[in-house]
Ligand binder design. Structure first.
Ligand SMILES: *Cc1c(COP(=O)(O)O)cnc(C)c1O
Length: 362
């Protein structure tokens, strides 16, 4: 019988395992969301997030999964007759392009093969040929384990297309990898907390530029729940528009405090060390799915060059150690597998897991 109260330890790229000290923080007595105590909690979390994301613009706390912000960025900041350039390099970025269409906006797609990066040159060539209000970008493609060269892209965008808004899905990248939001010139960047924040799923953090909120004023039919104008008004009072998931915000307070104390350079270095270790193992036993210079530091997608039965290995490790990692995503199901190394996962834990995989593959 499956026992959901004794679930496997998660090395899947979200949700990731949540340490028990973190879980405790979600069990505190609740607060009234219009009371001073809540405003203090909210204000402190927002201030810490601004430090972690290097921004002095808006930070919003959204009681939704990350996908909600796919929709929110479009519905708030793109007028119905405007066109978005959606850059696609895997399952999640593909999905966002669909969401742009679902929101009734015009979309042009810039697609590269899975495992390839979206480069500044490709974006430049596309933007030069049309009139675009915004682009969608994925920081870290969780299907292919690829980290796009966002700093190079930002440099090009600021030099050549300063008026095009930039929306970034940083769901599996934020915290584990640098986000200097203001310097990057981004307009919306978001991450669900079940990835590198190391919290349970169901909540999202977003940084939003002042010009994105300004733009929202002229866009009709934004809806209610994800309305940036209303969010900005509430945020100024250290509140949210509707009753938020206060336990998540308490958990975020705990996690952000740790991150601020550790220092982001150290946090990124810790993720890089885990990434390097897993890549070293992967290259020795298999191959990396994407080019090494674009490989993510929060998860690794490994090419199944030995043709192992991925499902069987996952099952065996689960049975013996009550621990799971991921098969490939969608079309990559048996061709790859994925190991997450982010949040509060330690390098020792990753080493242990890879050792267990070694025992299975011989
Ligand atoms: C996990 C993930 C999502 C989806 O996040 P939800 O919180 O499930 O909505 C979107 N984009 C990327 C890159 C992800 O890794």
């Amino acid at each position: 019988m499956v026992d959901w109260k004794n679930p496997p330890r998660l090395f899947i790229p979200g949700p990731i395992q949540v340490k028990s000290d973190v879980l405790q923080e979600l069990a505190r007595p609740t607060l009234g969301h219009r009371d001073k105590e809540y405003a203090q909690l909210h204000g402190e979390v927002a201030e810490m997030l601004k430090k972690l994301l290097f921004t002095q613009q808006y930070v919003f706390l959204s009681t939704s999964s990350g996908s909600g912000l796919w929709e929110a960025s479009i519905r708030n900041c793109v007028a119905p007759d405007e066109t978005v350039l959606a850059t696609c390099c895997g399952a999640f970025s593909d999905k966002w392009a669909d969401v742009v269409k679902d929101c009734g906006r015009n979309v042009d797609v810039l697609k590269v093969e899975w495992g390839q990066a979206t480069t500044p040159e490709l974006i430049d060539a596309k933007l030069a040929g049309g009139k675009y209000a915004a682009i969608t970008l994925i920081y870290n493609e969780t299907s292919t384990g690829l980290m796009n060269p966002i700093y190079d892209i930002a440099k090009m965008m600021k030099a050549k297309y300063p008026d095009v808004l930039v929306f970034v899905d940083a769901v599996s990248g934020m915290i584990g990898q640098p986000v200097h939001f203001d310097e990057l010139g981004w307009d919306v960047a978001f991450a669900s907390v079940q990835k590198a924040f190391g919290l349970p799923p169901g909540f999202t953090v977003a940084a939003v530029s002042r010009r994105a909120v300004e733009k929202a004023k002229s866009v009709p039919a934004k809806g209610y729940y994800f309305n940036f104008i209303e969010w900005a008004k509430a945020a100024e009072k250290n509140q949210t528009l509707v009753t938020p998931s206060i336990p998540h915000i308490m958990g975020l307070h705990y996690q952000c405090t740790k991150l601020v104390n550790e220092g982001m350079e150290n946090v990124w270095a810790r993720h890089r060390a885990m990434g390097n270790f897993v890549r070293g193992w992967a290259k020795q036993k298999f191959e990396l799915f994407c080019e090494e210079r674009y490989a993510s530091n929060t998860l690794t997608t490994i090419k199944n060059t030995r043709n192992i039965n991925v499902g069987e290995v996952i099952k065996a490790v689960k049975q013996k150690h009550n621990t799971i990692f991921s098969a490939g995503y969608g079309q990559l199901k048996d061709k790859t597998f994925r190991v997450a190394h982010m949040g509060d996962i330690t390098i020792e834990e990753v080493q242990e897991l890879l050792g267990w995989i070694d025992e299975e593959i011989g």
